[in-house]
Design a protein around this ligand. Structure first.
Ligand code: ATP
Ligand code: MG
Length: 407
């Protein structure tokens, strides 16, 4: 992408009310635009990061037989009334509205009810099971306090996967496959060494659920962990009976702040029973379907990654999620001509700063945007038939022969 032709613009200031580092940088570097508290627009660079995160998740969920769909955000109250979750006492973050033809409508905060309801049309017999269906979808939650920039918003992108099984054993086996996929996802996103599967409260049908918590000071949750981090507990389950169950003592645990970047849940019959999702088994007996649900906060992850990987100059994206891999800067006429030549055919991996601006300004923007490699071509580098490549993360620069550069 050519900067001169894009509306990617860096700003001098971020809104005063943004307290999270990541939000300040994401706004200043031209990734997101703030509409109002907890409501953001994703600009070209930000959208590319979102798409990269989604791409990694999609590959790993497809690998465990997930089938992608896209459900509507508009919610018919009926299935929610059947599970008791239409009530504002039960779920206090609903955005609800009126249909002009009469009747109420909600904006989905999550999709357990509609997907369970929808699959009543398609799951009839044990032959239709197991099934795993997922989407990347916009959720709406009327959060009382929207803070932490894009880490807690009123409209956000979630990957939600739902699985359907004939037996509890099959649900348990699939849950383990999801654990495997989640481990791969967080490590491909660059968060592998700071994201841990954490025991959190369960529900009616299971004692625990699991959250994926990224250890980070701006996180809203407090988690307790053993020295080797083989056991991590959300503070909500830090009870004597739980400590006994895991054979640990309170004083042997450390605590830290963490951000919940995903969670997985064995729902069993929580939604299938009230909504009547049943199948006929091999003996023609009607049975209730076992369910699991598995979320990942896609847009929150972008905020968490931005927060984790930044320094005093700006963002420092891991290569797998960066909007572009290279930031190309030319200095002087000779440099510009060569840069044009190199850019050609690599528009997808290079952000080409072809603006009429001082090199210092371009370097500052390259740092602020956090593009992994800055490539400078000038008379000086061309004298050695080279370009100077600077690693955003380490700050190290080296001359690389033009013939060895492989964009
Ligand atoms: P939290 O405890 O942070 O409020 P939750 O337990 O309600 O989240 P889920 O309903 O399970 O979360 O949603 C799945 C994932 O979506 C979460 O793990 C989180 O990463 C993300 N998420 C939840 N709420 C928000 C929000 N308001 N803004 C951005 N991401 C969110
Ligand atoms: Mg939670």
């Amino acid at each position: 992408m050519r900067l001169s032709k894009s509306f990617i613009k860096t700003l001098r200031d971020a809104p005063k009310d943004e307290t999270a580092k990541s939000a300040g940088y994401l706004i200043r570097a031209g990734y997101v635009h703030k509409e109002l508290a907890g409501v953001y627009d994703y600009l070209p660079l930000g959208l590319r990061v979102i798409e990269n995160i989604k791409g990694i998740i999609r590959e790993e969920i497809n690998a465990i037989d997930g089938q992608e769909v896209l459900m509507t955000a508009l919610q018919n109250p009926e299935p929610w009334q059947k599970t008791g979750r239409w009530s504002d006492q039960e779920v206090d973050i609903w955005f609800k509205t009126e249909l002009s033809a009469g009747g109420e409508l909600g904006l989905a905060p999550t999709h357990e009810e509609p997907i369970t309801n929808m699959l009543k049309t398609y799951i009839k017999s044990y032959k239709d099971l197991p099934l795993a269906v997922y989407q990347f979808q916009t959720k709406f939650r009327n959060e009382l306090r929207a803070k932490s920039g894009i880490m807690r918003t009123r409209e956000f992108i979630m990957k939600d996967l739902y699985s359907f099984h004939a037996t509890e054993e099959d649900l348990n086996a699939y849950y383990e496959r999801v654990e495997g996929a989640y481990g791969k996802i967080y490590s491909r996103l660059g968060l592998g060494d700071c994201t841990f599967e954490t025991f959190a409260s369960g529900g009616i049908f299971s004692k625990f659920s699991h959250e994926y918590q990224t250890f980070i000071p701006v996180g809203e949750d407090t988690v307790y962990y053993t020295e080797d981090k083989s056991l991590v507990l959300n503070e909500e389950v830090l009870l004597d009976e739980v400590l006994d169950e895991f054979k640990v003592k309170r004083e042997d645990l450390k605590d830290t702040r963490a951000a919940e970047v995903g969670n997985i849940f064995k729902l069993k019959f929580k939604y299938s029973e009230p909504l009547g999702l049943k199948f006929s088994d091999q003996n023609n007996q009607m049975q209730t379907v076992y369910m699991g649900c598995y979320g990942i906060g896609v847009s929150r992850l972008m905020g968490v990654i931005a927060e984790k990987f930044c320094d005093d100059k700006g963002l420092v994206w891991p290569e797998n999620v960066a909007p572009y891999k290279y930031y190309l800067v030319s200095i002087g006429d000779q440099g510009s001509a060569k840069a044009e030549e190199l850019y050609k055919g690599h528009e997808e991996s290079i952000l080409f700063d072809d603006r009429d601006a001082r090199p210092g300004e371009k370097f500052a923007d390259a740092d602020l945007m956090g593009i992994p490699y800055r490539v400078v071509i000038s008379d000086k580098t061309l004298a050695e038939n080279s370009a100077e490549i600077t690693d955003r993360k380490t700050g190290e620069s080296k001359f690389v022969k033009l013939s060895d550069i492989n964009f």
